[in-house]
Structures are given as structure tokens and as C-alpha cells.
Design a protein around this ligand. Structure first.
Ligand SMILES: *Cc1c(COP(=O)(O)O)cnc(C)c1O
Length: 231
């Protein structure tokens, strides 16, 4: 078995254990392999292993991979900050946008998209200045505003945990996200069902799943580091 296969197997094992621990079913979890730092070749290998949800964080990277992977059956996820002028480059080509947090971007999507786009609203729970996202205080208001845009379908919330070794802190961020998501879900808003939670990366996906993640975005732990020749 190659290194890529071993990594995928280990991740699936960890996901399974996290699910068992909290009584969840593994089928609730979608693995998004973040391929932003690897080549089309590596991304194609990932797809060949059955991981068909791929995440990119730059419009250029997304477009280039899509052009070079035309034959691969991929669901593309855009996970990074998007600039208004780049929206038109990605909007027809993605299954999910994980990083909606500005009305200007919503307006641009409304203008450019021909079909509704599945969007996660990015939330900055930890309050770190460096992170983008809507604050928990502004979340309901922001989502209410999105009702005006029929090209935006709010499937759920996304966050990035603080970059820390403090597991309790990470867990508290994920736990807060779940509470926010559950409350929005109960509102039964047609434009914002908010059933999903996109959270958890290479270092914290097990915690995220224990706290309710339905989409995990895993980069290095899954795709490896190509420059070091890891395969
Ligand atoms: C890069 C990135 C990831 C994956 O990070 P890893 O630590 O490599 O797993 C997940 N989400 C976002 C938004 C990213 O930019």
C-alpha cells in the first residue's frame, strides 16, 4: 500500500473512532481533501482513491486544476477568501463555497450565478483578528440579509479553529459552532436550512467530528507534502 493510501486509511480509521465515541454514523461525514498545495497529479491520485470532494483556496488554483483534471469526477469546494472580481471565475464551477462572510460577495454571486450555490457562512468564533468570518453577534442578521439572494443557499456554518495546542480551547470553539448551527437550523429558513457544519483540519478533525462536524477539510494529513517527495 502506498503512503497516500495509508494516510487515507488512517484518517478514515480516526473518523470512525471519533464517530463511535459520540454515537455518530460515519456516513454523516464528508471528507474534503484540500489540494491547494499539491499538483494535479497528486489530486488525481486522491480522486482515484475515492475521495472526490476537493478543496481549493485560490481562484487561480481552482481553475488550473479544473482545466487539467477535466476527466476526473470531482466535486469542487472553494474554501478560501474570495475577492469580488474573482467570483465570476469560480461561481459556475463549484459545488460548495465554504467562506461566505461578506454581503459584497453575496451580491456578486447573485449577479454571476445561473444556479443557486451551496454556501457555508464563515464564522469567526474565536475572535482572532487575523481570521475572517462573521462574528456570532452578527450571524443571524447576516443570514437574514441573504434571504434576498435567491442564488445563495446557506447549507450551514464554517469555521477555522485557533492555531493552538490547547485542545480544550479548540473543542470549545467547535462546540459553540454547533450551538449556533442548531439554533439556525431550528428556524427552518427556506434559504438557509443550516444543517451542515464545516470544521476540522489535519490537526483537529477528530475533535471537530466529536463536536458535530459534517464536512472536514483535510490538507496535509491526507494529500501529504509534495515538495518533500512524500507519496
Ligand atoms: C489549508 C486549509 C485547510 C487544510 O489545512 P491542513 O492543516 O493542511 O489540513 C482547511 N481549511 C482551510 C480554510 C484551509 O485554508
Amino acid at each position: 500500500m502506498g503512503n497516500l493510501q495509508k494516510r487515507i486509511q488512517e484518517i478514515k480509521q480516526n473518523i470512525s473512532e471519533a464517530c463511535t465515541k459520540v454515537g455518530r454514523d460515519q456516513s454523516e461525514i464528508t471528507i474534503v481533501a484540500v489540494t491547494k498545495s499539491v499538483s494535479e497529479q497528486r489530486a488525481t491520485e486522491v480522486v482515484n482513491e475515492g475521495i472526490i470532494n476537493l478543496g481549493e483556496n485560490r481562484a487561480e488554483g481552482l481553475v488550473r486544476k479544473q482545466q487539467n483534471m477535466i476527466d476526473a469526477n470531482v466535486s469542487w469546494h472553494f474554501i478560501g477568501n474570495i475577492q469580488s472580481r474573482k467570483v465570476r471565475d469560480i461561481v459556475g464551477n463549484i459545488s460548495y463555497l465554504h467562506s461566505l462572510s461578506r454581503k459584497s460577495i453575496a451580491k456578486e454571486i447573485q449577479k454571476r450565478a445561473s444556479n443557486p450555490i451551496n454556501c457555508f457562512v464563515q464564522v469567526n468564533v474565536s475572535g482572532e483578528e487575523s481570521k475572517s468570518g462573521v462574528t456570532p453577534e452578527n450571524l443571524d442578521g447576516f443570514i437574514d440579509e441573504l434571504a434576498d439572494f435567491d442564488k445563495i443557499h446557506v447549507v450551514g456554518l464554517m469555521t477555522m479553529a485557533p492555531n493552538t495546542e490547547d485542545e480544550a480551547l479548540i473543542r470549545s470553539v467547535f462546540s459553540k459552532m454547533r450551538i449556533l448551527r442548531d439554533r439556525l437550523k431550528e428556524k427552518n429558513m427556506p434559504h438557509a436550512p443550516c444543517t451542515e457544519l464545516s470544521m476540522g483540519m489535519s490537526n483537529d478533525y477528530s475533535i471537530a467530528i466529536e463536536e458535530g462536524a459534517t464536512f472536514v477539510r483535510i490538507g496535509t494529513a491526507l494529500v501529504g507534502v509534495e515538495s518533500e517527495g512524500v507519496r
